[in-house]
Structure formats: structure tokens, C-alpha cells
Design a protein around this ligand. Structure first.
Ligand code: SF4
Ligand code: SF4
Length: 157
């Protein structure tokens, strides 16, 4: 697989259908990410109903051309509360994660979508399917938090 920022070479075919999430190697776990960038959009949570609304206002470190974190390895220096997703904390986080997120889908016992890079062999397929955040986010540097409500969107699915 060329041009994919996530290492997906050398993995067993359709390993995600054969292994539970908790048994995956670190490489397999990382390879599940489709690179959509939707988890890096800011959300608004209603304290009473628990409902989560997605906004187009992205984390300061998101590069919306690539849909990748600009400083993934050192991100906690800049964004201390960025979640490190693991098999043992999916229960806690699945409710706010994007509907198409591979971690959420597998946690729900659902298959990966046909545009997932593990199935198509190219990272571009998530952008071509219109699922990623490529080119349409606003930076939280430019939008104060009290205006995020004006930028609520429907999740592209
Ligand atoms: S929403 Fe899920 S699949 Fe998409 S970038 Fe985030 S972790 Fe990866
Ligand atoms: S720090 Fe990086 S990985 Fe975390 S939400 Fe921001 S852009 Fe996404």
C-alpha cells in the first residue's frame, strides 16, 4: 500500500474478522484507523441529555489536508486531554466516537465499511468516499469556544 501514512503492510488478510480487539498487536490496532480525522473535531455534549453534537471546528493540531495530527508523537504536550484509545477504554469512549470509526464499528460487532483502506488498499478511498474531514474544517485557533454551537454539523457517513 503506497502513500499511506499508517503502516498496513505485512498484516494477515482480514485479521480484524478473526481477532478480538483486545488480542490485536499494536500494528494491527493502529492499522484499523481509517484516517478520517473525524475524532479530531470538537464536540459539544449536552450535560442533561448526554447528546453529543459534532462541529466543524477542529483540534489545533489537525492538518485538514492530510486529516492527520500534525504532531502525533508529541501531541500531549500541546493537547494534554487527547484520548489514547485502547481496547480497554472503548467502552468509555464509543458513545462520542464517529459512527463510521473502525474502532467503534468493530466494538459494536459491525463490519468495516467498503471504503476502509484495509479493504481498498489505498488511504485515498476514505477521502474519495467523502467520509473524511479533508478540506472543510475550521481551526479552534480561529473560532472561540462560545461560537462552536454555530458550527454544528451532521457527521458525514
Ligand atoms: S474517527 Fe476513528 S477511524 Fe477516524 S481517524 Fe479517528 S480513530 Fe481513526
Ligand atoms: S492532538 Fe492530534 S490526535 Fe489528538 S485530537 Fe488533536 S489532532 Fe487529533
Amino acid at each position: 500500500m503506497t502513500g499511506d501514512p499508517i503502516a498496513r503492510n505485512g498484516l494477515s488478510p482480514r485479521f480484524w474478522e478473526k481477532k478480538p480487539l483486545a488480542k490485536m498487536s499494536q500494528k494491527e490496532w493502529e492499522a484499523l484507523c481509517d484516517g478520517c480525522g473525524k475524532c479530531c473535531l470538537n464536540k459539544l455534549e449536552d450535560e442533561d441529555s448526554g447528546e453529543v453534537a459534532l462541529t466543524r471546528v477542529a483540534c489545533r493540531l489537525l492538518d485538514d489536508a492530510t486529516c492527520r495530527c500534525a504532531h502525533y508523537d508529541t501531541r500531549h504536550h500541546f493537547v494534554p486531554d487527547c484520548i489514547v484509545l485502547r481496547p480497554d477504554n472503548l467502552d468509555t469512549h464509543a458513545y462520542w466516537m464517529p459512527e463510521t470509526c473502525a474502532y467503534r464499528l468493530l466494538w459494536q460487532g459491525k463490519p468495516l465499511p467498503e471504503w476502509h483502506p484495509l479493504l481498498t488498499g489505498t488511504a485515498q478511498s476514505v477521502h474519495d468516499a467523502g467520509i473524511s474531514v479533508q478540506g472543510w474544517t475550521l481551526s479552534e485557533f480561529d473560532i472561540p469556544e462560545d461560537e462552536w454551537e454555530e458550527h454544528i454539523i451532521e457527521e458525514p457517513t
